[in-house]
Design a protein around this ligand. Structure first.
Ligand SMILES: *Cc1c(COP(=O)(O)O)cnc(C)c1O
Length: 439
């Protein structure tokens, strides 16, 4: 928003609150009153967060009632599982789809189906849910963290390329917050080095990369249905692929290593990552709500960027205009040198304005977590390292931009029940606080 627009908005607010804008003196005072920080006793920029709405209801109830008519609650050939897979494939057109118990499970299944094993390296993001790398480590492979874009918070393709070695087998691209990674560049890089590209779409339900549904550019796509995600069944996941090398293996690696359609005993080895019919019923019902949810979130997040993009010292969420980011949350950064205050003071001032923001996200980039620093994944030990199959030392790992992101970022929750008016209030709060603390 330009300064001119923000002035007219302030005048509008002042006018609506009954102040007469007759003289220059009154006008000056009005502007001063509305720009005085709430933390210093001024008026709040944000009125109230609109109340949240129920995330499930009649649609889920109907689907669950249907489910209870069946004699089995097991997933294999289960009617709810079939409906879920079909609806999933409608929005993410992949040839093979498999439902499983979590997003972590989906990624482990993908990694196993991709044939990743002992000592192989998989390049991924250090700012993500730990579920992104659990499957890599369980397959006795080695996660290698690459650095991120300043405002996209997604893999920096040039840094990914620098970290490719003869051991690299795959890239897991995390679409953090639902902002699509640069998939064409990652796919080209993967193809050049004969790597498998796995998309972690856990936070990106309904996102689009240059018009293409998220999950359809890489070789394998993984989604989470955990409670905090755009759509949910409490806990659950989906994994999909159109690649004939991997697609037919997804069911097997999600179900103890046995192929149920062509039973030939256990020619593979995997754990039990099955999803049962009650979960599939809820997930299938939730999918009917997806488009509405993500359209709303995309609109609200983009609106916030539009209103704060011109602010000095602020790095807005960097979304390519041709993509659809679905804002699991919105994240901006402050440039420390541009403000007289630190992040915690900035956040406190925003909270006083009525904006429900938070500084930080995960505590550390994953490689700084104690279990990585100790290389203690399996009863305190890490077999691949002890066997000399990797010289990975997480105590020496560095992703400078990712480390900087986590100490300068501010998260703004975006939910489908929020209104444009609320988001405009948050934007005004950010403008007010940024102006106040500008050096
Ligand atoms: C939530 C999440 C996961 C893990 O999903 P679960 O269902 O919690 O196992 C993986 N990656 C990302 C980016 C996530 O946000």
């Amino acid at each position: 928003m330009s300064e001119k627009n923000s002035m007219s908005r302030r005048h509008f607010v002042a006018g609506a609150s009954g102040l007469v804008l007759a003289s220059a003196a009154t006008r000056g005072r009005a502007a001063e009153e509305t720009s005085k920080l709430a933390v210093d006793g001024g008026e709040k920029a944000v009125k109230a967060v609109p109340p949240s709405q129920p995330r499930w209801g009649e649609v889920e109830q109907k689907q669950l009632q249907e489910m209870l008519k069946h004699s089995s609650l097991f997933y294999w050939k289960g009617p709810q599982t079939e409906i879920l897979k079909q609806r999933f494939q409608e929005f993410c057109p992949v040839k093979y789809a498999h439902n499983c118990s979590s997003g972590t499970a989906a990624i482990h299944i993908a990694v196993a189906a991709a044939g990743i094993g002992l000592g192989d390296e998989v390049i991924t993001s250090p700012i993500t849910d730990i579920g992104t790398v659990i499957g890599i480590i369980y397959q006795q492979a080695v996660p290698v963290f690459a650095d991120l874009g300043e405002g996209t918070y997604n893999l920096d393709v040039a840094d990914v390329e620098r970290r490719i070695t003869p051991k690299t087998k795959a890239i897991i691209a995390v679409h953090l917050t639902g902002n699509p990674c640069d998939l064409d560049a990652l796919k080209a890089l993967a193809d050049r080095h004969n790597l498998i590209l796995i998309e972690d779409c856990a936070q990106a339900w309904g996102a689009k990369y240059r018009g293409r549904p998220i999950g359809t550019v890489g070789h394998i796509a993984c989604f989470s249905l955990q409670n905090s995600k755009h759509i949910t069944c409490g806990d659950g996941g989906m994994v999909g692929s159109s690649d004939e090398r991997f697609g037919p293996l997804l069911q097997k690696y999600g179900d103890k290593g046995g192929n149920r359609s062509k039973w030939g005993g256990f020619d593979g080895f995997a754990t039990n990552y099955r999803m049962s019919e009650p979960q599939a019923a809820v997930a299938a019902a939730q999918l009917t709500r997806l488009e509405e949810i993500v359209q709303k979130r995309a609109k609200l997040g983009n609106l916030l960027t539009e209103k704060i993009a011109d602010l000095p010292g602020i790095i807005p969420h960097d979304v390519r205009p041709e993509d659809r980011a679905v804002y699991w949350f919105y994240m901006f950064r402050i440039r420390p040198e541009a403000f007289k205050c630190g992040r915690s003071e900035f956040v406190k001032a925003l909270q006083a304005e009525g904006a429900t923001v938070q500084g930080g996200y995960i505590k550390y980039p994953l490689y700084q977590e104690p279990v990585f620093q100790n290389h203690g994944f399996f009863a305190g030990r890490w077999p691949v390292k002890e066997m000399g199959l990797t010289d990975m030392d997480f105590t020496k790992h560095k992703c400078p931009e990712a480390e900087e992101i986590l100490v300068t970022n501010i998260r703004v929750p975006i939910y489908e029940h929020m209104t444009e008016e609320y988001v405009l209030g948050v934007a005004e709060a950010i403008r007010k606080v940024a102006r106040h603390y500008a050096v």
